[in-house]
Ligand binder design. Structure first.
Ligand code: HAM
Length: 416
């Protein structure tokens, strides 16, 4: 599990802030829930890896509980509980702490935070488009561009159509999808596809399908009337209105390792496609019914804080992260403390972030601390300043000074 020291917290806040601003900019409302869920809600049949990674436990009265590995079942539970009262489509976001008992490698932790952005109750493609545009907006706020990241998109129905053409019956598709999603983790998919019920020739067809490189190739295989091809073409066309064409591409190998997706699916990677996905999501129109709710369509994504932090680090995009403290105020002896308090209070009232020394300091000690901690300005008050009725605020970068009166509380001009 993770500890966040202040410098790590700064980076985390940088990411959380971009997520929150993008959510609000796109009109999403924030929600939250307890990290402990009933195991029953989180368990699903079908052999998804995520279910095997759940931290589960019994409480003192023997109830089976778990730390959530993802937010989506909780979201579905919350929507189902208030279905009658909500005005659909619902656009909600949260930053959820999640736990998965994963083998820890680069980008995989046992605890991570995940930005979830979901539109529930909207069957139209606009939902996919807005969710993807919001995620791209958040990445833009972090300084990432189309040369850094690529959002790869596929459609479960397109794969389904291709599998059906290869003679693989629909009831085998869900387990084939989950097997195919392991492609980056294993060298040979054959044992997993065999376990999913495919024979040698079906496995050979599936491997050939994964070689389809473009949506045009897929369209040629499936013919003009494929609904999935239409939907994907439409998605690309609509995203071009947001200037996102260079960030989006079709990728037949994007399948997603969660069983509940029913339509368009997507994952974002760095352009070199190294490591784990930055975010992933898609349309999941049946989950609400599966947990006992009314049939409700849904689209959403999960965007973790671990993979993105590695990428921002690599691209030096955390460089601007520093504590937002404007001024530090110090004093020589206890006799100057009240004057220092007066200065600190006046500056705080003027909207500045002010650190007030907790004890007396010698000037050298004070200015060296001010320098190390990266304050923009420093005011050091000694007996001479109190006698003169004013103090000097020194700009740490260039040594420039401005004078501030000590008596009278209204004369501080807010800087910046
Ligand atoms: P997911 O693909 O399992 O989807 O996770 C989404 C993102 O969370 C991943 O792309 C990755 O950035 C991050 N993530 C997941 N597990 C870990 C881990 N162990 N360590 C670090 N980062 C991790 C879901 O969870 C879906 N519920 C997303 C969703 C929301 N679909 C619709 N709405």
């Amino acid at each position: 599990m993770r500890d966040f020291y202040p410098d790590e917290m700064l980076r985390r806040s940088f990411v959380f802030d971009a997520w929150t601003r993008a959510s609000r900019r796109f009109g999403f409302e924030q929600y939250d829930a307890c990290v402990v869920e009933t195991l029953e809600l989180l368990k699903r049949k079908g052999g998804e890896e995520i279910v095997q990674q759940i931290y589960a436990f019994a409480d003192k009265s023997g109830r089976e509980l778990a730390l959530r590995p993802e937010m989506t079942p909780t979201l579905a539970r919350m929507i189902a509980a208030r279905h009658g009262e909500l005005a659909f489509p619902v656009k909600w976001f949260t930053i959820a702490q999640c736990f998965r008992y994963e083998r820890m490698t680069k980008g995989r932790r046992r605890e991570h935070y995940q930005w979830n952005l979901d539109i529930v109750g909207e069957p139209a493609l606009t939902a996919e488009v807005e969710v993807l545009a919001a995620a791209a907006d958040a990445m833009g706020m972090m300084g990432l561009t189309a040369s850094d990241v690529r959002i790869r998109v596929n459609h479960r129905a397109l794969l389904g159509e291709l599998l059906a053409r290869s003679g693989i019956p629909a009831d085998q598709h869900p387990s084939v999808f989950l097997a195919l999603d392991k492609r980056d983790k294993v060298d040979d998919l054959t044992p997993f596809l065999t376990q999913a019920g495919l024979d040698q020739s079906a496995i050979a067809s599936v491997n050939r399908l994964l070689e389809v490189e473009s949506l045009d190739d897929a369209a040629q295989l499936l013919g003009e009337d494929s609904a999935a091809v239409h939907a994907l073409n439409e998605l690309f066309e609509r995203l071009s209105r947001y200037d996102l064409s260079s960030m989006i591409q079709f990728d037949i190998s994007v399948i997603r390792g969660l069983g509940y997706y029913t339509g368009i699916v997507f994952e974002a990677y760095d352009t070199a496609r190294t490591g784990r996905a930055i975010f992933g999501g898609g349309r999941y129109d049946n989950l609400l019914t599966e947990i006992g709710g009314k049939p409700t369509t849904a689209v959403g994504l999960g965007f973790g804080d671990v993979v993105i932090a590695d990428l921002l680090e690599e691209k030096n995009l955390f460089d601007g992260c520093s504590p937002s403290r404007d001024v530090t105020v110090g004093y020589m002896t206890d006799s100057e403390r009240d004057a220092a308090v007066e200065v600190a209070c006046a500056l705080r009232k003027a909207g500045q972030s002010v650190d007030l020394a907790t004890h007396t300091e010698k000037p050298k000690q004070f200015f060296s601390r001010a320098d190390k901690k990266g304050f923009r300005e420093a005011a050091y008050i000694g007996p001479d300043d109190v006698a003169a009725g004013s103090c000097r605020l020194k700009t740490m970068a260039d040594g420039e000074e401005r004078v501030m009166p000590l008596i009278g509380k209204s004369e501080v001009s807010s800087q910046k």
